[in-house]
Structures are given as C-alpha cells and as structure tokens.
Design a protein around this ligand. Structure first.
Ligand code: NAG
Ligand code: NAG
Length: 528
C-alpha cells in the first residue's frame, strides 16, 4: 500500500469521527431578558450544558455574564440604568411599605418595560435585520412576563424550548396544555400542603380564578400589543401560531419537593440544574476556615439582590448582635462598604461561592433570605436553615421549609435579637432539622438522569425530531370551551332538550286526542 492510499484510508476512517460533532451541533439562541441573577443562574446553566455538549450556543442578556468562564457566547445589551428605581421599590417592598397587589403590578410593569427596552435596543434591531429564517435551529427562551418575545422563534422559524425557574404555574400550563387540577394541586401562590382541606380548596379555587380571569387577560392584552408592534403581521405569523411551536418546557422543580401533580410529557423537571454535580475548589482562605472549623461553620447570605441599603439599619444591627455572639465562625456575604461592625468570628465577603460552600461537610447552618435558589441548594446539600424571608416567593418558600422540618423562619418586620437567636439555637442544637433535610437530600438526588444530563438529552431529542410535535398535548390546539367539554355538554343537553320537547309534544298530542274522545262522555256524565 503506498502512502497516498494509506492516507486516504486513514482519512476515510477518521473523517466521520471528526465530522460527527459538527453535523450534530445545532445553532441555539439563548434569550434571557431578565436582570435577576438567580433566574439567570438557571437559564445560563442550561445554555452552558448545551454548549458543553457541542452545540453552538449564543446567549443574549442584559447583565454581565453570570458564568464568566462559560463555553457559550454571551452578548450583553446595555440598557438604561434603573438600579436606583429598583432599589427604591425593593426597599419599599422589603420594609412592608407596599401592598401585595401593588408589588405584583409594579414588578410586572418593571419586567415588561425591561423586556420592551431590549426589543428597541439598536443592537437587537440590527440583529433582526441581518438575520433570517434558518440562522438558528432552536430558541432557548427564559420565560417570565416576556411572552411576546417568542416572536424571535417565528423570525428564525425554529422550535422553542422554554426555561421556567420555579414549579409549573398557570402561565406555563397553557403553552403545553398541562392540566390544572385545582382540587388537589395547590397553586404556586397558595402553597398549601397536600391534601388540601375544604377551606384551602376554596381559597385555591378563588386565587386561581383571580389569576386566570384578571391577571392573565391583563398580561395577554399587553403581550398581544407588544407582539403586534415588534412582530408586525405583514411579516410574521400570529402569536397564537407561534405559541404552538413551544416544543418543551424545562421547569426548575422536582416532584419530591411537592406538590404532586400530573405533567404532560413535554414538561420536563430539571430541579437543581444550577447546582454543580461536583463542587469547585474553594478559594484557599475560605477553604482553610471551613476545613479547620471542626465544630462547624455558619453560612449567612441574603441573596444576590439584597444590599444593606434595602434593609432597615436597626434590623441589620440585630442580626449583627446575634451573630457576633455565636460560638461559631460565620461566613457572611455582605458588601464591605456597609459593614455593621467587626467581630472575630465573622468573615465578611462581597461574594461567596454559595454552592461550593454549602457542599462542604463542616457547614452546620445556612441563614438565608429563603430565595428558591438558596433553599434548593441547601436542600440538595442537606444543610438546615434559618430563614429571614423578605419578599416575593421567599415567605412561602420558608413556610415549606418549616413545614417539612428543614429549619425555621423568623419574621423580618418584627425581627428581634431574641426571635433570631432562638431560631438559630434551636436549629443548631436540635438534630431533627439536619436529619430531615438530609433525608430529603437523598430523595432529591435520586433520579434516573442528573438535571444536566436531562437537559442535554431532551434538547437533542427536540432537535432530532424536528420540534418533537408528537409529544405535544392536543390540548394546545383547543379552546377553553372545548377543554372543559362545554361544547360537548351543550350538544348533549341540546339533544336531551330536543328529545324532551318531542316527547312532551307527542304526549300532549296523545293526551289531547284522548281527551277529545273522553269529552262527550264527561258531558254526558255531567248531564246525567
Ligand atoms: C475564570 O477563569 C479565570 C482564568 O482562568 C479565573 O481566574 C477565574 O477565577 C475564573 N472565574 C470563575 C468564576 O470561575
Ligand atoms: C414553527 O416551527 C417550524 C419549524 O419547527 C417552522 O417551520 C414554522 O414556521 C414555525 N411556525 C411559526 C408560526 O413560527
């Protein structure tokens, strides 16, 4: 065999191997219009798994990349600075100066106006002008109050995979035709324990009716307006048609967290996707503290949104007074410019690798704001919690934590040294909290595939089967009347009614004829 032939042989053997990842690789557009870091950690984690699996992933976002060393390509759109406005809202919300309803509408408007600003951004306009159908094979869409932006999938004529950061809720059920089952599935806003008692079912029903008949129509109205503006009908299909191109939704939830509910096949649970399967090495100084404190370390963080300026100074002082007296080292995530005081046992850091810290066996307690991401990380690593919930879903997350026995919550508005200290002492000294959360940790991790494997498998599945429309529930193509079988009931009622009328008519006819025959007899009888 001469050299040329040998080379050719080697080439023909190797070529398919070399080419395989290239032909299988899809161009995926990740579009995450939220500025909330805890949400981005989830969305971008999905993007990262797909990029590592060999896909060409581009992420468009409005903040700096939450994973600076990511494999995906990140494009940041610089929007107007609203941090001051947001800080003011957050302060009002946290300190109880804004009613629940007002909070919801304000946050909703803020979300929508940010989403709108993205579409008006010159880079985005340029991007849409210079790209066309087929440039991307899939839209990975971070969904929250930005529904009209799925028009991007209409632009590229590609299937949509959505990512949703909590348990399945009303807004996502209808994309995939997921059943609601109000009688036994508590809604996200009324987080009752299953099974619900009668009054809880009444509340669950009413809350959902409010959401469905007030909130959703309001959102829909705005969504339609924004869609028509950004994706005009002379060039784009109607929104209703684009909705039907949602192939799959990833929900950052796992049934072991409850509630138990039925899900359609294209609603896939990836709860805990943001948690690393193997922790990264800790910064050396933090590692030293954790390794050397055999008696245990307390980790304290109020999340990525909350800064000292959002809280009341008096409350910060209370926290500091209690924590500085504890006979444990405390890692406290807090801005160094806002230190409430100094204490030998406290190590303040602007930023701490939370997931990697919670994975350390010497962490004894997590004092948290009760954000979903934090609670789940604590559950995953089996660390008991003391919660100081501040706003949004945090109070209800902590209600769940308390109910399940993974820790205790204290009320921020009435926070005192006594209430905080009692909760901390109880969780530190009573082993039942640790046992409960570690039992849950084993349940939560016990799955056929890890969340990261699950993400890659299902996105590849959608790509392999050209949108995987065969998985879609027929409910997606039906209207509300049809879904409730009201048309069928109406039809059957109409038949019953028709038959009844006919029977009555016939009876009358027979009776009347009978009476006519009888009548003379009666008259005769009367005469007699
Ligand atoms: C990213 O990579 C740089 C250089 O390799 C490293 O110094 C940095 O710590 C990494 N950042 C993160 C968040 O992993
Ligand atoms: C839905 O996606 C398919 C490709 O999977 C595409 O051909 C079609 O145009 C899309 N429809 C809409 C309304 O975006």
């Amino acid at each position: 065999m001469n050299n040329a032939k040998l080379l050719l042989l080697i080439f023909t053997i190797l070529a398919p191997i070399g080419l395989a990842p290239v032909t299988d690789a899809a161009r995926i557009l990740g579009f995450f219009s939220t500025g909330t870091k805890s949400h981005l950690l989830i969305h971008c984690s999905i993007a990262e798994q797909l990029a590592r699996a060999g896909h060409e992933v581009t992420v468009i976002g409005i903040t700096e990349n939450v994973y600076p060393n990511a494999t995906y390509k990140h494009i940041r759109l610089q929007l107007s600075d609203v941090s001051e406005k947001y800080a003011k809202t957050l302060f009002d919300v946290v300190n109880g100066r804004m009613s629940f309803l007002k909070t919801v509408t304000v946050r909703m408007r803020q979300y929508m106006s940010r989403a709108d600003e993205i579409m008006r951004h010159p880079w985005m306009r340029e991007f849409l002008r210079n790209s066309r159908a087929g440039d991307y094979d899939l839209l990975l869409f971070g969904f929250l109050m930005n529904e009209y932006q799925i028009g991007l999938a209409a632009h590229f004529r590609c299937p949509i995979v959505m990512t949703w950061v909590i348990q399945p809720a009303l807004q996502i059920h209808r994309f995939v035709g997921n059943p609601q089952q109000l009688s036994y599935v508590p809604s996200f806003v009324s987080p009752f324990k299953q099974p619900m008692n009668f009054m809880q079912r009444v509340k669950n029903f009413l809350v959902t009716q409010f959401e469905q008949n007030m909130l959703v129509p309001y959102l829909d109205y705005n969504t339609q307006k924004l869609y028509d503006y950004n994706f005009p009908s002379d060039r784009y299909p109607p929104l209703d048609e684009v909705r039907k191109n949602v192939s799959l939704i990833f929900t950052n939830h796992h049934f072991s967290q409850g509630p138990i509910r039925p899900n359609v096949p294209n609603l896939i649970e990836i709860g805990g996707i943001q948690i690393k399967e193997k922790p990264d090495p800790l910064p050396t100084d933090i590692a030293k503290v954790l390794d050397e404190s055999k008696e245990g370390v307390i980790y304290f963080s109020l999340g990525s949104n909350i800064k000292g300026s959002h809280l009341n100074e008096e409350k910060i002082k209370i926290m500091f007074n209690v924590i500085s007296k504890l006979p444990y080292k405390v890692l406290w995530k807090w801005s160094p410019t806002e230190l409430p005081g100094e204490s030998k046992n406290i190590i303040f850091r602007d930023w701490l690798p939370q997931d990697d810290i919670l994975a350390h066996p010497n962490v004894k307690l997590f004092i948290t704001h009760g954000g979903m991401g934090s609670v789940v990380e604590s559950q995953y690593h089996g660390v008991p919690m003391v919660g100081i919930p501040l706003f949004g879903d945090q109070p209800s997350n902590m209600v769940n934590v308390e109910r399940s026995g993974y820790g205790l919550a204290v009320d921020y508005l009435t926070l005192s040294e006594e209430s905080l200290n009692n909760a901390i002492q109880d969780v530190l000294n009573n082993p039942k909290y640790k046992e409960a959360v570690q039992t849950f940790s084993r349940l939560y991790r016990d799955r056929p595939m890890t969340p990261r494997e699950t993400v890659v498998y299902w996105v590849d599945y959608v790509l392999r089967h050209k949108g995987a429309k065969h998985m879609q529930s027929p409910a997606v193509h039906m209207n509300r009347w049809q879904l409730l079988s009201l048309d069928v009931i109406g039809f059957l009622l109409a038949i019953v009614l028709t038959i009844s009328v006919v029977i009555v008519k016939v009876c009358k006819l027979i009776c009347c004829r009978g009476r006519k025959n009888k009548l003379p007899k009666v008259e005769k009888a009367k005469k007699n």
